[in-house]
Write a protein that binds this ligand. Structure first.
Ligand SMILES: C[S@@+](CC[C@H](N)C(=O)[O-])C[C@H]1O[C@@H](n2cnc3c(N)ncnc32)[C@H](O)[C@@H]1O
Length: 315
């Protein structure tokens, strides 16, 4: 098997913001290839600790090997960051000094997974990060959703202007025979859109949309953010790297709200909300990869990093 390494995105920027230090406790909610985790453990030597979560058991296996030189300094958990607070408390990582969420999927999953994240090779249409997860797979969604629901899903999560046309083509095709594999679906999308776009295959957005829906990625993020603030100790830092405008919008709004001194509806003559800011925003505009990084690692092109620090007196 060809080995595809996952190159961590915005690596230096993430570490500069997290500021790992000896004795610190860190949670990587999306361990993946453990590139960021390794950086955190290196920088927090000799005794900083890291809790790493991933839904993908294969990612955890590989990460365990990569991090083995750190001995007892790390703990891995096959859990979702949607359960961040419970998992962090259970493992003794609350309060934490830093938390990282590097969203989406890893290059390894895209290139190698038999679970159908990519369409270069034929694989069953699955797309669950966690193969033990019950609930619909991508195969279930493409074969069972009504055409309108499918179009809505592709438009919302894939931001695909051809969503309607693709949904119609999928429904027509599955009437003849259920759609089973990644390459079958990619061909249907390619035929429906009538062309290959210059830089990306027309099925890229379809696959992204299905993956986000199968794993309920936006719901997991919305649930994780308040838990992360809760788990952080005073002046602890949360760094989130998103690859999708919907994710980034959720993160940005949440950070603005958490940093605000007032969240009253506009137009009220006086503040009645008594809202207390819990964080200070460290990245006003969001941090993007430099052209050099994009050149080295095209995956970083759509990455946007945002970070906050919990205020010393916040609950
Ligand atoms: C972009 S990769 C992380 C890469 C990592 N930062 C590195 O340096 O290699 C995202 C990882 O998050 C995992 N993941 C996605 N959703 C998750 C969730 N809700 N809970 C835990 N892990 C999740 C994926 O399985 C994937 O391995």
């Amino acid at each position: 098997m060809e080995v595809v390494a996952h190159v961590p995105v915005l690596f230096q920027e993430t570490l500069d913001l997290l500021q790992p230090r000896p004795g610190g406790s860190y949670v990587d909610g999306t361990l993946g290839g453990a590139g960021h985790a390794e950086g955190i453990l290196d920088r927090s030597a000799p005794d900083g600790r890291l809790l790493g979560l991933d839904l993908d058991p294969e990612a955890l296996e590989r990460a365990r090997e990569r991090l083995s030189r750190f001995g007892e300094r790390f703990v891995l958990a096959h859990d979702s960051f949607a359960d961040l607070e419970r998992v962090a408390r259970w493992n003794g990582f609350a309060p934490a000094d830093g938390i990282l969420l590097d969203l989406g999927l890893s290059s390894f999953q895209l290139a190698h997974s038999e679970r159908g994240f990519g369409f270069r090779a034929t694989a069953p249409l699955d797309m669950r990060f966690n193969p033990l997860q019950t609930g619909p797979t991508a195969r279930d969604l493409v074969n069972q959703l009504a055409m309108v629901e499918l179009a809505d899903l592709l438009r919302r999560y894939g931001e695909d202007p051809m969503a309607k046309r693709i949904a119609r083509a999928i429904v027509e095709s599955r009437r003849r025979k259920p759609i089973e594999t990644t390459t079958e679906l990619a061909e249907i999308v390619e035929r429906a859109t009538g062309h290959r776009r210059a830089r990306t295959h027309p099925a890229t957005r379809t696959f992204q949309a299905l993956r986000i829906a199968v794993n309920r990625e936006l719901e997991a993020l919305e649930s994780a953010l308040p838990q992360a603030i809760q788990v952080l100790g005073p002046e602890g830092r949360l760094v989130v790297i998103s690859f999708h405008s919907l994710e980034d919008r959720i993160v940005k709004r949440f950070f603005i709200e958490q940093a605000a001194t007032c969240i009253c509806p506009p137009g009220l003559p006086v503040c009645v909300c008594e809202h207390k800011p819990r964080v200070r925003v460290l990245t006003r505009r969001g941090v993007r990869a430099t052209p050099e990084e994009v050149n080295r690692n095209p995956r970083s092109r759509s990455a946007i990093l945002r970070a906050v620090e919990k205020l010393p007196d916040a609950a």
